[in-house]
Design a protein around this ligand. Sequence first.
Ligand SMILES: CC(=O)CC(=O)SCCNC(=O)CCNC(=O)[C@H](O)C(C)(C)COP(=O)(O)OP(=O)(O)OC[C@H]1O[C@@H](n2cnc3c(N)ncnc32)[C@H](O)[C@@H]1OP(=O)(O)O
Ligand SMILES: NC(=O)C1=CN([C@@H]2O[C@H](COP(=O)(O)OP(=O)(O)OC[C@H]3O[C@@H](n4cnc5c(N)ncnc54)[C@H](OP(=O)(O)O)[C@@H]3O)[C@@H](O)[C@H]2O)C=CC1
Length: 282
Amino acid sequence: MPKIVAVIGFGTMGSGIAQTFVEAGYQVIAVEKEETLFTRGLKQIQRNWERSIEKGRLTTEKKTQLEQLLTVTTDWNRIADAEFLIEAISENIDLKKEVFKEISQVVSENAIIASNTSGLSITEVASVVPNPSRVIGCHFFNPVPVMKLVELIRGYDTSEQTYEKTKKIVVSLGKESIEVNESPLFAVNRILVPMINEAIFVLQEGVASAEDIDRGMKLGANHPIGPLALADLIGLDTLLFVQDSLYENTQDSKYRSAPLLRKLVRAGHLGRKTGKGFFEYK
Ligand SMILES: CC(=O)CC(=O)SCCNC(=O)CCNC(=O)[C@H](O)C(C)(C)COP(=O)(O)OP(=O)(O)OC[C@H]1O[C@@H](n2cnc3c(N)ncnc32)[C@H](O)[C@@H]1OP(=O)(O)O
Ligand SMILES: NC(=O)C1=CN([C@@H]2O[C@H](COP(=O)(O)OP(=O)(O)OC[C@H]3O[C@@H](n4cnc5c(N)ncnc54)[C@H](OP(=O)(O)O)[C@@H]3O)[C@@H](O)[C@H]2O)C=CC1
C-alpha cells in the first residue's frame, strides 16, 4: 500500500477524498493553484471532524493526529514522493491533460496516477503521460466520506497491475468498487446526471415547483434527497461541465443541458458551494 498519497485539486471532491485517505491512515499532500482555494475544503473537513467528536466517534487527540497527516501546499515539488496520486480538478479535459503532464514530470515512474473525472476519457488524459499503463479512472461519489462506491475505469493502456493495486487501495478506504468500461460518464453518472438534468427541464417548463419536484422524488421514488438538492450538492458548474461533456461526446440531442442550469451557472449560483442554487444555504 502507498504511504504517501497526493490529491490534486482541493474543491468539493478533492477535500472529501483527502479526508477519506487521512482517516484510513495515509499521509496526504493536497495541491492547489492558490492558498485561498484551501479555505472551503479545510472548513468542510473541520466541520466533519467536529461533528464526529460531538457524536463520540472521534477524540480531540485523534483529530490532532489526523490533522498531522494532511499537508496542503501550492508547491508541486511536494508530490514527488507520492506513490498514488488522484486528480480532482475541474471537469475540463484540456486542464486535466495539462495537470497530468505536470504530475508525470515530478513523480516517480512507478506512481499510479488516477483521475476522479465524472466521465471524461481516461485514455485521453493518459495520452500525455510517458507511461500510460499507470493511469486509471478512480471515480468517488459526493460526499466522499459517506458514499461507499468508487467506479474504476481502465483507459486503453491501463495495466492489470494498476487496476488491482487501485482496487486494493479502494478497499483499504472501506469503499467498494465496480468495474466500468470507458464510455462517456461511465455507468452511474450516465444514469444519474440526465435524470437531474430532466428535473431541471421539469422546473424550467413550470411543471412543478423546485420544492415539489424534490418532495416528489423523495416520497415517490425513495431517493434520499431530491434531484435539485443533489444538483446543489454536486455543484451546478460541475454538473453543467458533466452534462455538456455527455452531449459533446455522444452528439445525442437527448443529452443537451437544460438552459436553466446554464443560466444559474452564468449568474454564479453554483449550489451549496456559493450558498445559492436551486435552494438557499446558510
Ligand atoms: C457528479 C458525480 O461525478 C458523481 C456524484 O457524486 S453524484 C452524487 C452522488 N451522491 C448522492 O446521490 C448523495 C445523495 N444524498 C444522500 O445520500 C444523503 O443526502 C447524504 C448521505 C449526503 C446526507 O444525508 P442526510 O440524511 O440528507 O443529511 P445528514 O443527516 O445531515 O447527514 C447524514 C450523514 O452524512 C454525513 N454527511 C453529510 N454530508 C457530509 C459531507 N459533506 N461530508 C461528510 N459527511 C457528511 C453526516 O455527517 C451524517 O453522518 P452521521 O449520521 O453519521 O452523523
Ligand atoms: N462535485 C461532485 O459531486 C463530483 C465531482 N467529480 C469530479 O471531480 C472533479 C472535481 O470536481 P469538484 O470537486 O466538484 O470541483 P470544484 O470546482 O469544487 O473543485 C475543483 C478545484 O480544482 C481547482 N483547480 C482547477 N485547476 C487546477 C489546477 N491546474 N491545479 C490545481 N487545482 C486546480 C479549482 O480551482 P478554481 O476554482 O480556481 O478553478 C477548484 O478549487 C471533476 O472532475 C468532477 O467532475 C466526481 C464526483 C462527484
